[in-house]
Write a protein that binds this ligand. Structure first.
Ligand SMILES: C[S@@+](CC[C@H](N)C(=O)[O-])C[C@H]1O[C@@H](n2cnc3c(N)ncnc32)[C@H](O)[C@@H]1O
Ligand SMILES: [Zn+2]
Length: 357
């Protein structure tokens, strides 16, 4: 992690002042940030000067989880280094003593995603991903000057779009440390150092407001448990985006096939561990449109009888026809959303998730 990425950080206490420490040969030492912005901290610590919260860095990945999800997983070497320098990590759990359902659901997903990280890329079929990537690419039109944030990168299935099309800085966030680690390993050394990897919760991020030209989030929103957390997710999206920025998301669609299949519930837990919710077109529209200009909302990856038995080119042709019509919102397996900020309109308050008119 390059020290200059600290310019994007803002602690949960709202301070933007941090001290950085490097762990080298078992010794923890403070690093002077100003004259060495390109210095890479692979192992060490970033600490908020105001509240004393610590964000450990391991393998170049920062643990930026909010207190409620943080597990204080510091290595022994880091703990020993902190003891020696008299550094005490001060975190507080805002929901202390009262573990809420949302945190429990998130913890359960973190464990499941960590376990599945190695096999995640085998899920789905190739046309499915290609459609999604093409829409993201065409809507966001990445450029070399963009600061791009990906919310829920997983093992990097759609991230290659960002890497291939160019960026100035790229912040990749997921709360599964294993998934982020695997994604990082796939990249060559030069690209790896150009990415700011965060293990974080997309509903509460220690990042400054208005930093992103582009935000991508593929198939993450449906795993955010409940309306209050979903509003927090949208609040972070609204807060992080520059006023002229663009964001693209894909979300599970409650399409006809799922509605007719009695084995599929609208909402539940995959394998009992990963929360999911299927959204209808109208539901998503009413959730999102008060806060954003909805530039595109349409169903994609249409599912209809025998679709998967057709030749790839025929499937592709059918997809282009169906997704372009309102039929797409009934057949699409997922909904594609392209949005920008509203100049005026309600804001979502960062900590409470409440709506401010
Ligand atoms: C279905 S996977 C999609 C991964 C990747 N975007 C892709 O399209 O392949 C959902 C990802 O979102 C992550 N995720 C879900 N909720 C999250 C949260 N609250 N904060 C951070 N990551 C989250 C999961 O760990 C998982 O990697
Ligand atoms: Zn702080």
């Amino acid at each position: 992690m390059k020290l200059r990425y600290l310019r994007y950080m803002e602690c949960f206490c709202s301070s933007g002042q941090f001290s950085a420490y490097n762990l080298l040969n078992g010794r923890l030492a403070a690093v002077e940030q100003n004259d060495r912005p390109d210095l890479v901290v692979n192992s060490g610590l970033v600490r908020c000067d105001k509240c004393g919260r610590c964000f450990p860095v391991e393998n170049g990945i920062m643990d930026a989880l909010p207190d409620a999800l943080s597990e204080f997983k510091c290595t022994e070497a880091l703990k020993a280094g902190c003891m020696k320098l008299g550094i005490e990590c001060r975190k507080e759990d805002p929901r202390k003593g009262n573990p809420d359902n949302a945190s429990n659901a998130k913890r359960s997903e973190i464990t499941a995603r960590d376990e599945q990280a190695e096999v995640y890329h085998t899920y789905g079929y190739s046309l499915y991903g290609r459609n999604e990537q093409k829409l993201i690419r065409n809507f966001l039109k990445f450029s070399k000057n963009d600061v791009v944030i990906e919310l829920g990168s997983g093992t990097g299935r759609v991230s290659q779009e960002i890497i291939d099309n160019g960026f100035r800085d790229y912040v990749s966030i997921d709360f599964s440390a294993q998934s982020i680690q695997l994604f990082k390993q796939k990249l060559d050394k030069k690209t790896r150092e150009r990415v700011f990897f965060l293990v974080g919760d997309v509903c509460a991020l220690p990042l400054k407001s208005g930093i992103a030209d582009k935000i991508v989030s593929a198939q993450v929103f449906e795993h955010v448990p409940g309306r209050e957390e979903q509003r927090r997710f949208l609040g972070e999206l609204q807060r992080l985006l520059k006023s002229d920025g663009l964001a693209a998301m894909t979300v599970y669609n409650y399409n006809l096939k799922k509605r007719l299949d009695k084995r599929i519930s609208r909402q539940g837990f995959h394998s009992g561990r990963i929360y999911y919710e299927n959204f209808t077109y109208r539901e998503l529209k009413s959730l999102i449109s008060p806060f954003f200009n909805l530039r595109i909302l349409k169903g994609i990856n249409c599912d209809y009888p025998f679709a998967r038995r057709l030749k790839p080119r025929t499937q592709e042709f059918m997809e282009s026809v169906l997704a372009a019509t309102p039929l797409g919102s009934y057949l699409g397996d997922i909904l594609f959303i392209g949005l920008s900020l509203r100049a005026r309109g309600p804001r979502i308050v960062r900590r409470t998730g409440q709506i401010q008119k």
